[in-house]
Structures are given as structure tokens and as C-alpha cells.
Design a protein around this ligand. Structure first.
Ligand code: IMP
Length: 180
């Protein structure tokens, strides 16, 4: 089993590239079946989801689709509803579109909760979520549970395959879990 050390923490390989490929294939098959007669717009959430999105998009069968990118930072200001700050704003019109948001990992679900509300407000016909990883124990927003999940994970911190630790190790071809 491979391992890495990053900023004083030890990580061990948890999902190999082969396991990830299986997960991606399974997600792609479901999306391909569900959207066979639609033309979905994939909205990839930067930075983390770019690796998963790249594999997922190419694993879809015979789907006519578009792909666009956003980068957001969510924060709880003084308001109880939370605010979404667009660092890279959405450049595509979502009015009347079937949107599939692509994430690397859903944790509390705040980002997805806010993005879904935003897509709805912009007139999206439907909004679903595909996430490589999902931490069900951490979920605080019920509507943020992904519709398509590569793999569920307990609460541990993971890196690689797009997921970063302070900006680094996104380039690892496997997903590594932090060790105590
Ligand atoms: P949420 O809005 O709380 O669901 O947070 C989602 C974001 O938190 C992800 O897009 C990641 O950027 C980050 N995140 C959550 N858990 C992890 C992890 O285990 N490793 C790396 N990033 C994580």
C-alpha cells in the first residue's frame, strides 16, 4: 500500500486508481441512463472537481452535453441564510437547463445547498449533483445529498485525485486517507 507525508501528516492509500475508475464508470453509467434523452449542462466546481469531472465526462455514453466551470467560496456572514461568493462566476445560461453539479466531495453540504438554490433562482429545470466522495455523517443540509456518488467515506480527511491539502497533492492518482 502506498503512503505519503504532507505537512507533518501521514496519509495511506485508500482508493486505488483502479477502484476510482470503477466508481467513475458506475456513476457515468447511471447518468448516461438518466439523461439519455436530455442535454445536460455539467457545472464543475473548481478547483477540486476538475480531475473527477475530466474522467466522468469522458466515461459518459452517447450523451449530448455541455461542460462549464465555476469557483465559489461559501461563508456564513451575519445572515442566517449564508452567502455564496463567486470567484469564477457561472458563464453559461442555466435557464431551462438540466444542470448536473460536479463536486469532489460533499461534507457539510453547504456549498451544494447554496449552489442548488442559485441554480433554481436562475431558472434551471432540474439540478442534480454528482460527487466523487460523500461524507454522510457530516451532512447538515438534507437537499445536498448527492444524487450520484462515487464512494461514501466516514469523517476522515482525504487528499489526492483533485482533493488538496492547502493547495497541494491534488495531482495524486489515488485517494489517500490521513492516519492518526
Ligand atoms: P461542504 O460545503 O462543507 O460540503 O464542503 C465541501 C468542500 O470542502 C469540498 O469541495 C472540499 O473542497 C472541502 N473538503 C471537505 N472534506 C474534505 C477532505 O476530506 N479533503 C479535502 N477537502 C475537503
Amino acid at each position: 500500500m502506498r503512503s505519503i507525508d504532507e505537512q507533518g501528516y501521514h496519509f495511506e492509500e485508500w482508493l486505488t486508481p483502479e477502484q476510482i475508475a470503477k466508481d467513475v464508470k458506475q456513476v457515468a453509467a447511471k447518468i448516461s441512463a438518466d439523461y439519455a434523452d436530455k442535454e445536460p449542462l455539467f457545472v464543475v466546481v473548481l478547483n477540486g472537481a476538475f480531475v473527477f469531472a475530466s474522467d466522468l465526462i469522458r466515461a459518459l455514453n452517447d450523451i449530448r452535453c455541455e461542460v462549464t466551470f465555476i469557483r465559489v467560496s461559501s461563508y456564513w456572514g451575519m445572515s442566517s441564510t449564508g452567502q455564496l461568493e463567486f470567484i469564477v462566476p457561472l458563464q453559461q445560461v442555466v435557464d431551462g437547463r438540466d444542470v448536473i453539479i460536479v463536486e469532489d466531495i460533499v461534507d457539510s453540504g453547504l456549498t451544494i445547498h447554496q449552489l442548488k438554490a442559485y441554480m433554481r433562482a436562475q431558472g434551471a429545470t432540474s439540478t442534480r449533483v454528482a460527487s466523487m466522495l460523500f461524507k454522510p455523517n457530516k451532512l447538515e443540509y438534507d437537499d445536498a445529498k448527492p444524487d450520484y456518488i462515487g464512494h461514501e467515506i466516514t469523517d476522515e480527511f482525504v487528499v489526492g485525485y483533485g482533493l488538496d491539502f492547502d493547495g497541494f497533492v491534488r495531482n495524486l492518482d489515488a485517494i489517500y486517507k490521513v492516519q492518526e
